[in-house]
Design a protein around this ligand. Structure first.
Ligand SMILES: [Zn+2]
Ligand SMILES: [Zn+2]
Length: 352
């Protein structure tokens, strides 16, 4: 059962007043309280704070209580992390233990320093270091990277800093006081080093971006054919509750729907290739067919989103075309160039 936990009104107002006072600005308590993200209970001691990828570039943040401390899943960006902590503190005063980064993308790691400053040690699966090094060479003794580039478009980066996680092997299990949860790298998918967090007793799975519940598949680092197989592995764990990286939690059907979407796009690309059509020219029609199908409509990117081009359908179709044929799709006139996660995010924001 999934229950939205609304912060107690008076406590929210109290926190809002504190936040306003700390910022030195007069913020109406009600407006401030309304901006608090939802904290949604999944089981006793397990919940998540709902992120807002559409407007604020934040991911969902899992919250797992264990032995009197809280472990978090995904760090979000610094201001998203601050909002998530405010939501958590409306329900719990327990100290923080760790924050697990499910993959290297900025919307899942840039809050590391914020959480670390609040007592949580950032942790990720070992393979993440290589991808992080390509995006943030500064962390590995190199020059400025994506963090510096993004600082002009994400204001909260100016008051924080990049921070690498401690690395742990896939299969690492945190176990205390009757609660166990594991960090598992299930294979190459959304990135090369995704990890999920699995609670076998509660059968709750935090998937990071291996599952989205909405039009939030950023595929620039992805291998779609392998991702489809990874989703089989997640299904085989037998989760009862699935918390995606972005969008609402649900049951195991979220895994099936995500996989079904990738299979549908793959089938559409294969059919166009088999018919000898110009696949690039077919993409707009493909997109409209998938938007008209209730099984896939929710996953096709919607141009009203602030970051819509980042989740562009044509990038997914082009990626699948390349995987299936080895050929690179010529861009259609008028389409932005393919997204490179996450370095092109600032450019995409200004282009859309
Ligand atoms: Zn991602
Ligand atoms: Zn994400």
């Amino acid at each position: 059962m999934i229950v939205v936990m609304h912060a107690h009104a008076s406590r929210s107002a109290f926190l809002a007043a504190l936040a306003g006072a700390a910022a030195g600005i007069a913020v109406p308590a009600r407006a401030r309280a309304a901006a608090l993200p939802e904290m949604i209970a999944l089981a006793p001691g397990v919940s998540y704070v709902r992120g807002d990828i559409e407007n604020a570039l934040t991911c969902n943040t899992g919250v797992i209580e264990s032995a009197g401390r809280l472990s978090l899943v995904d760090a979000a960006v610094p201001d998203g992390a601050a909002a998530a902590l405010q939501a958590i503190r409306a329900h719990s005063a327990l100290p923080l233990a760790r924050v697990i980064d499910t993959h290297y993308h900025l919307d899942h790691t840039y809050g590391n320093a914020f959480w670390n400053d609040h007592g949580a040690e950032p942790i990720a699966v070992e393979g993440l270091a290589a991808e992080l090094a390509s995006a943030e060479p500064e962390l590995f003794g190199g020059g400025p990277g994506l963090w510096q580039k993004m600082s002009s478009s994400l204001a909260s980066l100016k008051s924080s800093r990049p921070l690498a996680p401690r690395y742990a092997p896939s299969g690492t299990t945190f176990e205390a006081a009757g609660r166990a949860f594991s960090l598992i790298h299930p294979g190459v998918a959304h990135t090369r080093s995704d990890a999920v967090v699995w609670l076998p007793k509660e059968r709750i799975l935090f998937t990071g971006d291996l599952v989205a519940n909405g039009p939030y598949n950023a595929v620039a680092d992805s291998t779609i054919g392998s991702w489809i197989g990874v989703l089989d592995r997640l299904r085989a764990l037998g989760p009862a509750i699935v918390v995606p990286g972005h969008g609402d939690a649900g049951g195991p059907e979220l895994i099936d729907r995500q996989q079904g979407y990738f299979r549908a796009v793959t089938a559409a690309v294969d059919a166009a290739v088999a018919a000898g059509k110009d696949v690039g020219a077919e993409i707009p029609a493909m997109r409209e067919r998938l938007r008209a199908d209730p099984a896939t409509a929710k996953y096709v990117n919607d141009h009203h989103l602030a970051y819509s081009a980042f989740f562009a359908f044509h990038d997914l179709a082009a990626k699948i075309y390349h995987e299936r044929t080895g050929k690179t799709l010529a861009r259609l006139p008028g389409l932005p160039p393919p997204a490179r996660c996450c370095g092109d995010l600032a450019r995409y924001r200004s282009a859309t």
